[in-house]
Design a protein. Structure first.
Length: 363
């Protein structure tokens, strides 16, 4: 007796639940493995290209892995001392920024005090302090959760040692792993599953490879641009803005507001502030008109709100590892929803049509 569709559904549901439970259970040690998988996935097309040129998979993997991590380490050695000094200097100057901001906003406070009764102004001040404290507390809790879920339990040394090893073996055996998993697919549904997985791969590749390249470019562009403008901590703000630009709109807005606040406190003049706006405007024009259409295109199909929601859920549930997994999971869910929606729209359940042979009675 064959397995019924209903029983197949419950079997797959149990498999999915067990897989999710396992990921949550081992989330504290997943970070270097997820990072290694992301690196291998990112570099797989390059390994395939070297294979086409006649290199063995092992040799191609060795060359790519060595050059990739050598470039990452060299960049960290060059940039980290500069960033470290800017981060320390930024936190040291926060009291000065607050004082300058209070001086800048003093005329506005005087205008408000003339037009708003003192009682209402006091209530407004207390409310702003309360909400401001709540926001700071929420941000601190989020950062603490990300820290505890990631680097605190599996420190930077483990990342440095384990991620390259995981990347090498996964990149070397990537095609074998894909072939083996394909051989495990249920034969009846294998063609449909391959179609769905191909769509998922296109979506994730467009975002991870395409958007990742865009973020790296923006980090370099904003870092150099703000440094040339003369903005204090411009390298730190620029690189951070570029790296968080994978969060639609949020990354650029946070970076621009931060840069403008520093510019107002530092210069107190209009021209440098305009130059900061020009840097961000130029970055957005290059991204929207050239980089995103060329590297990402329309194939991603991930709505900005869906990406932000996935990142927040991932960070809140399993920390920094969840942030890394958020976009692939969101892409997978999005493709599956579109697939099942297409099946539903093509089914009699949606149209109400039934097979004519079912309604034909005996003549």
């Amino acid at each position: 007796m064959g397995i019924t569709r209903e029983r197949q559904f419950w079997i797959w549901l149990v498999v999915v639940v067990v897989a999710i439970s396992f990921i949550v259970f081992v989330s504290s040690v997943l970070l270097p493995f997820v990072a290694g998988m992301a690196v291998a996935y990112f570099l797989d097309p390059l390994a395939d290209k070297l294979e086409e040129w006649g290199l063995s998979r092992t040799l191609a993997t060795t060359i790519i892995t060595v050059f990739f991590f050598a470039a990452v380490i060299a960049a960290l050695i060059l940039i980290f001392p500069l960033l470290q000094g800017q981060v320390i200097g930024f936190f040291q100057k926060i009291p000065t920024f607050i004082e300058n901001f209070e001086v800048w906003i003093a005329p506005l406070k005087e205008t408000l005090s003339e037009r708003i009764p003192s009682e209402k102004l006091q209530e407004l001040s207390e409310a702003s302090k309360s909400y401001g404290g709540a926001i700071v507390k929420w941000l601190a809790g989020l950062l603490q959760g990300i820290w505890q879920g990631g680097l605190a339990l599996f420190n930077a040394l483990s990342l440095i040692l384990i991620t390259p090893v995981v990347s090498f073996y996964l990149l070397r055996d990537w095609d074998k792993i894909v072939s083996k998993v394909d051989s495990w697919l249920p034969r009846e549904f294998a063609p449909s599953i391959r179609t769905v997985v191909k769509d998922i791969d296109v979506t994730i590749a467009g975002f991870v490879r395409g958007q990742g390249t865009v973020c790296l470019f923006l980090a370099v562009f904003y870092g150099i641009g703000l440094t040339i403008v003369g903005l204090d901590f411009g390298l730190m703000v620029g690189i951070t803005t570029g790296l968080i630009s994978f969060i639609p709109y949020f990354g650029m807005l946070v970076g621009m507001v931060t840069a403008l606040a520093i510019a107002v406190a530092q210069f107190g003049e209009l021209v440098p502030v305009v130059l900061v706006l020009i840097v961000f405007g130029a970055g957005q024009i290059i991204e929207s008109m050239f980089l995103t259409p060329k590297l990402v295109g329309e194939k991603v199909g991930l709505h900005a709100v869906w990406v932000i929601f996935a990142l927040m859920v991932g960070g809140a549930t399993v920390g920094f590892t969840g942030v890394l997994l958020a976009v692939p999971v969101a892409a997978t869910i999005g493709v599956l929803v579109r697939f099942f929606l297409a099946q539903y729209l093509a089914s009699p359940l949606y149209s109400g049509n039934t097979d004519s042979s079912d309604s034909d009675g005996p003549s």
